[in-house]
Ligand binder design. Structure first.
Ligand code: AMP
Ligand code: MG
Length: 498
């Protein structure tokens, strides 16, 4: 593929320092975005641009749409597609950015380094059979849900812009094309390591581990066992991340190892969605027929993904293979206990608990089991729990009287709170900070995406995006956007690779 750069435009306040592009050949391919016929403005994230230190008013102009489709390049960017592999539904595959191009790394005024990536800018050497393009609906979905996750306080890549290409993309239907500008701490993945491990390139593994440590965990980079330090750090980040997903009922949907970011940010919003009724077997992805990535499986899959990471690191964990295996195993064995603690901390908060008792896990699990049995709404149930009021009707349908099982649980919980002794207003405050009022509910998300991409009616999307900015606040919450779907609504299906 010829490497031709579109003409560079003004700098717009970017401070590029493209460290990944300086890594050896084999880590990436230089490739320019493919210009589209008529770039048009879609969305621009002003608060994010501001936090990146960009001149917001100068950038946020419809005439600049071409920068966000890849028709024009910001001066100083050095576009590349990154090489990686990944276990997809359990099978190792050679991948790479097939429909994404990294423009470069921007240094924010705080000194933080951010990847600025276009998603959907055309073919790269890694596109395989794909078209390198993205449809508007899925890019709006990523924008909306990533920004919702950020507002929920969950580590995630961010979305700076969506621009329309003016060109159709051909999926099951013909859809409007779009390009998302993604902002991430980095796009290093477990799969990046798997690529060099599969190639048997130990030098590249060393280079990559060193790069990853310096970029994400500089405080651990100087120790005697860098690969082990990296493995431990990634295990910690994944544990806290997935515990937070479980706290808000988030189903990632495609936890392949190429979608596991070393930074611990949620990466790649494909067939993701949030629980309405609580059911650990919930899957939204149409291609996940076995339920591999179901809500309740996410901790186990994380453990599996981390084992693939440890395996990829084996050649650099210790000179002796048997020793390396021991080191890897010891690190991996820490995950279940660590995750249990992170999960407990998150869920204690949901129940207003700030102390620890042995039976806390039982208390939480019994509530979840009751919610599962009664098809209670996950978000609403936690938000309506009150230790000081008669137990409200929480199960579905909402009008049903609380059953004896729930009353019994409620007595246990209030007893536990009494022993804790924290004043009620503080209990309620802890609960309010752990239990969102509004999450991006699938039926609402889908309606807003359909309105924007099928009818050019962007109002529902903007209303929803605004409502999701302050998800823990009761006052002013828009009831119509936070309600569960009407009973009997079929579960939404979302599609991978769209
Ligand atoms: P995902 O399931 O979105 O994480 O994508 C998995 C792999 O497929 C990545 O390497 C993508 O770059 C690639 N891919 C997905 N969609 C396309 C597309 N439309 N064109 C080319 N490559 C794609
Ligand atoms: Mg991916």
């Amino acid at each position: 593929m010829p490497f031709e750069l579109p003409p560079a435009g003004p700098a717009f306040g970017w401070r590029w320092d493209n460290s990944y592009a300086r890594l050896p050949e084999g880590f990436h391919h230089r490739v320019a975005p493919t210009p589209v016929s008529s770039p048009r403005w879609g969305l621009f994230n002003r608060p994010l641009a501001e936090s990146l230190g960009l001149p917001v008013d100068a950038l946020d102009r419809p005439e600049h749409a071409g920068y966000f489709t890849g028709n024009r390049l910001f001066e100083g960017s050095e576009p590349i597609a990154q090489a990686y592999a990944g276990h997809q539904f359990g099978n190792l595959t050679r991948l790479g950015d097939g429909r994404a191009i990294l423009l470069g790394e921007h240094l924010a005024p705080s000194g933080t380094r951010w990847d600025i990536q276009l998603k959907g800018p055309g073919l790269t050497p890694y596109s395989r059979g794909g078209d390198g393009r993205a449809a508007l609906g899925p890019m709006l979905r990523e924008y909306l849900i990533s920004e919702a996750m950020h507002a929920l306080g969950i580590p995630t890549t961010r979305s700076l812009a969506v621009a329309l290409t003016g060109e159709p993309v051909f999926r099951e239907d013909t859809l409007p094309g779009a390009v998302l500008t993604r902002v991430a701490s980095s796009h290093l993945r477990v799969g990046t390591f798997e690529l060099f491990s599969a190639l048997g390139d130990v030098q590249a593994l060393k280079t990559l581990a060193d790069y990853a440590l310096r970029r994400h965990f500089p405080e651990r980079a100087e120790g005697p066992e860098p690969a082990k330090a990296l493995l431990e750090a990634v295990i910690e980040r994944q544990s806290t991340l997935v515990a937070q997903w479980m706290r808000v009922g988030f189903v990632h949907g495609v936890m392949n190892t190429d979608n596991v970011a070393l930074s611990g940010e949620t990466l790649d919003y494909g067939p993701c969605a949030f629980l309405d009724t609580y059911d650990p077997s919930t899957v939204f992805s149409s291609i996940d027929r076995q339920g591999r990535y179901a809500f309740g499986n996410q901790p186990k899959i994380t453990s599996w993904n981390l084992a693939r990471f440890a395996e990829a690191l084996l050649p650099i964990l210790a000179p002796d293979e048997a020793v390396a295996v021991e080191v890897a195993q010891a690190c991996l064995e820490s995950f279940p206990g660590r995750f249990r603690r992170d999960w407990l901390t998150a869920h204690r908060g949901k129940l207003g608990l700030v102390t620890e008792e042995d039976d806390d896990a039982g208390l939480i699990e019994d509530l979840l089991a009751w919610m599962h049995a009664t098809q209670a709404d996950f978000t609403r149930t936690f938000r309506r729990l009150r230790p000081d009021l008669d137990p409200p009707a929480l199960s579905a349908p909402d009008s049903a009287a609380p059953d004896s099982r729930f009353l019994e649980w409620h007595r246990r919980w209030t007893g536990r709170l009494e022993r804790q002794g924290l004043p009620l207003p503080r209990v309620l405050d802890v609960m309010a900070r752990h239990n969102p009022v509004i999450i991006p509910r699938n039926h609402v998300v889908q309606a807003s995406l359909d309105a924007a991409s099928q009818r050019q009616d962007w109002a529902p999307f903007h209303d929803l995006l605004a409502a999701l900015q302050d998800p823990y606040r009761e006052e002013g919450a828009v009831e119509s956007l936070s309600q569960p779907p009407p009973p009997g609504t079929p579960r939404c299906r979302t599609f991978c690779g769209t």
